[in-house]
Design a protein around this ligand. Structure first.
Ligand code: NAD
Ligand code: MG
Length: 396
């Protein structure tokens, strides 16, 4: 036996998943990969499992099971399939930390299972906290589990809070790059294409979060994520656009002092910190130089044009299952936009309609979240079918 930390990576084939493996590769004396999972990228999962030799590899798409099983025939890796297998295996007693790098609502149930089994969570899957923040944070307290943020803004805030008294926080200043359409008008947004929206100026990420960054929904989800991670009210979270993405976020304390966490945009740093916390491990990540960035700039966001940001704030204030509604509506809207079924501005319309039409539940329990999610998805799908494709002549 070694004293390496055993890690399960849920969603190992995605952007966060592969960068987590980069961190493990560079710190192989500290971390051991115990479990890898993917939705359907069988070839990459096989390649990763052959390199890292985890105890388990789970492919969620049952149709890909035989392929993965064959690919890992002589590797000594147990191959399973289905999300149920993820939910079950993530509770294995030898796992210490679970990196939740699945995208969307699908991350909720595996995260709950991991917390109930006492695993620390390196949380990338912000949708879990958006949907069920109250339930997740209560469970984490009950099982003495740490939720360590991977999202760069939340990692920044978390780092600023080390050594501070939680009661001393006056407000959180959440930075946003502004995405590829910063400063643009609604008229301009009407005609943007999927390809325009997928070009993020500072980060290379999965498709869903890249679209969320273009609509500013990502920042809206992050405001809700911050509320649950740091126990603050909506009024205590200020969003500020900082196009260079060097200051990853800030905390202002009650004496007026502000702390910022800075660095070049690279998700490997927050991933590594979540895995090594409370230690800081040496890295060879590219260093930031002030002289190369003589100007760090800041501006107000424009929630009238980027309506998703305002809708997310409103959902947070309403509470109950409203954040679950906006999350499900947004997942369907983003998929619709990526599939050329919906224009850019249509995404906010779908979300707003769902917020108005889906039954509100003030004190939801897990089943309510599951039902709300299902109901909202169906409603949003039907809505998209009925909506005229907004704007874009390119898409017709
Ligand atoms: P991605 O699309 O690149 O990867 C998603 C991973 O989850 C893949 O391994 C995929 O196989 C798996 N997956 C997808 N759907 C699944 C399902 N229904 N069931 C089981 N597995 C499924 O996404 P990403 O950009 O790595 O983002 C992952 C999460 O991290 C998201 O919640 C995102 O908001 C968050 N996040 C990402 C970044 C980033 O830089 N990419 C930054 C901050 C937060
Ligand atoms: Mg972020």
């Amino acid at each position: 036996m070694t004293n390496k930390k055993n890690i399960a990576i849920l969603g190992s084939t995605g952007s966060i998943g592969t960068q987590t493996l980069d961190v493990v590769r560079s710190n192989s004396s500290l971390f051991n990969v115990f479990m890898l999972t993917a939705q359907s990228s069988a070839d990459l999962l096989i390649e990763q499992a052959l390199e890292f030799l985890p105890n388990y590899a789970v492919i969620c798409d049952h149709a890909k099971y035989n392929c993965v099983k064959e690919g890992l025939a002589d590797a000594g890796v147990k191959v399973l399939s289905g999300i149920e297998a993820v939910i079950e295996t993530v509770t294995h007693p030898d796992i210490h930390t679970v990196v939740t790098a699945i995208v969307g609502f699908a991350g909720l149930e595996p995260t709950i299972a991991a917390i109930k089994a006492g695993k620390d969570i390196a949380l990338a899957n912000k949708e879990t906290l958006v949907v069920a923040g109250e339930l997740i944070t209560a469970l984490a307290r009950q099982h003495s589990v740490k939720i360590l943020p991977v999202d760069s803004e939340h990692s920044a805030i978390f780092q600023c809070l080390v050594g501070e008294d939680a009661g001393a926080v006056e407000k959180i200043i959440l930075t946003a790059s502004g995405g590829p359409f910063r400063g643009r008008s609604a008229e301009f947004l009407r005609n943007v294409t999927r390809e325009d929206a997928l070009k993020h100026p500072n980060w290379v990420m999965g498709a869903k979060i890249t679209i969320d960054s273009a609509t500013l929904m990502n920042k809206g989800l992050e405001v809700i994520e911050a509320k649950w991670l740091f126990n603050v009210d909506a009024e205590q979270v200020e969003v500020i656009v900082h196009p260079q993405s060097i200051i990853h976020s800030m905390v202002q304390f009650r004496d007026g002092s502000i702390k910022a966490q800075m660095g070049l945009p690279d998700m490997k740093l927050p991933i590594q910190y979540a895995l090594s916390y409370p230690s800081r491990v040496a890295s060879n990540f590219k260093r930031f130089s002030f002289v190369n960035y003589p100007e760090l700039t800041f501006e107000k966001p424009d929630p009238e044009t980027f309506r998703n940001l305002a809708l997310a704030f409103s959902a947070l204030k309403t509470g109950g299952n409203m954040p679950c509604i906006i999350n499900a509506a947004n997942e369907i809207a983003v998929a619709g936009f990526l599939n050329h079924e919906l224009g850019f501005l249509g995404m906010s319309e779908v979300i707003e309609q769902c917020m108005q039409q889906i039954d509100f539940i003030e004190r939801p329990v897990l089943d309510d979240y599951l039902n709300t999610d299902k109901q909202t998805r169906i409603f949003a799908q039907n809505l998209i079918k009925k909506m005229p494709l907004k704007g874009s002549t390119v898409l017709t």
